[in-house]
Design a protein around this ligand. Structure first.
Ligand SMILES: Cc1ncc(COP(=O)(O)O)c(C=O)c1O
Length: 412
């Protein structure tokens, strides 16, 4: 049977959806390096280097800055399973699909969840969140920084301050924004933040960077209960309730990443190589430059989209720079356009979920693909496909408009 299955030869797609995007070739090269055991001194050095690099990426001094082995939601689950004890009150501001995901995970952890919702395409004024905090007196607020499903980013600086003043913990899901938007963890007083590699960090999905501060550590350490087979008399046990997940038990994962090197899972070696390379490349470019590159790509894409006569989705004041929502024009079959882009141009753009399904395309300009050539080629292809769908536009206008932004951006 094996001889009937061809060698792996994925099409050379340009991934311009809301993630995953094309990985930086340097990341793919790092992943092809030979494996090491997780207690090999060289590998422990790579782990320490990875922690140090992600302190830079998260803009934090947090000692506990590590990787969860899994896609971005594995870190969301690790954070919530380790922080939430059954019956804890958790407030979740929902401004898109990934708010609902946090509601669902928090409920599974046994929390009394209070979800507050706003229309997709908008975010919350801080006063609303302040009122909800006063009303529900949660122990934890769990919020997305950017929600790729709506392309919106929730302002967090004031919310961080508010949570600290009320002595509650703030968990932030920065899957969609880390590396593409400013997110100073310490300055904004964010207690736990997590992400994934497959968006602005320019890697594959499968590793989830996470950072937590001393306030979160204190709570989690109270719940430290070491696996029976690893216990010794020097191991301090907490008096708090057992964390309900073994795989996502941050107390054990901290022990594993610490100099104690207490065994837990078998590290996903190639994913750690990838995560380390993503952070190294980003910091070598410089955070400010990477944020500016994403902002420029977003401006160019938006001008191009508007020059085509299409409308952008959502509140422009809160739009993420790495993903852009575009209203599908009346009379155009959105899925047919996506299929043509893929078949004729090898370009993938995104569809939408829930209330936006069939109404909005999502075009990503993130990580390795937040580049001038990727933006111009996508606009050119979209113009051609839309013309074929009898959508009236002046061919060439979109690419020219985007090019003009790049020329100004480069000069400026
Ligand atoms: C804000 C946000 N949170 C969580 C996720 C889930 O990530 P994953 O599919 O890597 O588990 C995504 C994916 O798009 C996301 O955008």
């Amino acid at each position: 049977m094996a001889e009937r299955i061809n060698d792996l030869n994925p099409a050379p797609r340009l991934l311009m959806g809301p993630g995953p995007i094309n990985a930086d070739p340097r990341v793919l090269r790092a992943m092809s390096a030979q494996l090491l055991g997780q207690f090999d001194p060289q590998f422990r050095t790579y782990m320490r280097e990875t922690s140090a690099l992600y302190r830079g990426v998260f803009q934090t001094q947090n000692r506990w800055t590590l990787l969860i082995d899994g896609t971005a939601r594995s870190a969301i689950e690790a954070a919530l399973a380790s922080l939430i004890e059954p019956g804890d009150r958790v407030l979740v501001p929902v401004f898109g699909r990934f708010g609902h995901l946090k509601v669902e995970i928090a409920k599974r952890c046994g929390a009394e969840v209070h979800a507050v919702e706003t229309d997709w395409g908008t975010v919350f004024p801080t006063e609303i969140l302040e009122k909800e905090i006063k009303r529900h007196k949660p122990k934890i607020v769990a919020v997305s920084h950017g929600d790729t499903s709506t392309t919106m980013a929730q302002p967090l600086a004031e919310l961080g301050n508010l949570c600290r003043k009320n002595d509650l913990l703030l968990y932030v899901d920065a899957t969609a924004t880390l590396g593409g938007m400013d997110l100073p963890t310490d300055a904004w007083q964010l207690d736990v933040v997590s992400a994934g590699l497959q968006k602005c960090l320019g890697g594959p999905s499968g590793s989830a960077p996470l950072t937590l501060n001393e306030r979160a550590e204190k709570l989690i350490s109270r719940r430290r209960h070491t696996e029976q087979g690893l216990k010794d008399k020097n191991q301090e046990e907490g008096e708090g309730s057992v964390i309900r997940s073994n795989y996502f038990d941050l107390a054990m994962i901290m022990d594993y990443w610490s100099d104690k090197a207490l065994n837990h899972h078998t590290e996903a070696t190639s994913m750690l190589y990838a995560a380390r390379e993503c952070a190294r490349i980003l910091l070598q470019e410089g955070l400010a430059k990477a944020f500016a590159r994403h902002a420029l790509a977003s401006r160019a894409l938006c001008r191009g989209i508007e020059a085509m006569g299409l409308k952008l989705f959502g509140d422009p004041k809160h739009k993420m720079p790495n993903v852009t929502g575009v209203h599908i024009p009346q009379g155009v079959d959105g899925e047919k356009v996506r299929r043509a882009l893929l078949a004729d141009f090898n370009i993938e753009i995104g569809t939408s979920f829930g209330p936006l399904h069939g109404r909005v395309w999502r075009i990503g300009t993130m990580g390795y693909n937040a580049r001038e050539d990727a933006v111009l080629v996508t606009l050119g292809a979209l113009e051609t496909v839309l013309s074929g769908e009898k959508f009236k536009l002046s061919r060439g206008m979109a690419v020219d408009a985007a090019l003009a932004v790049y020329r100004d951006g480069v000069r400026g």
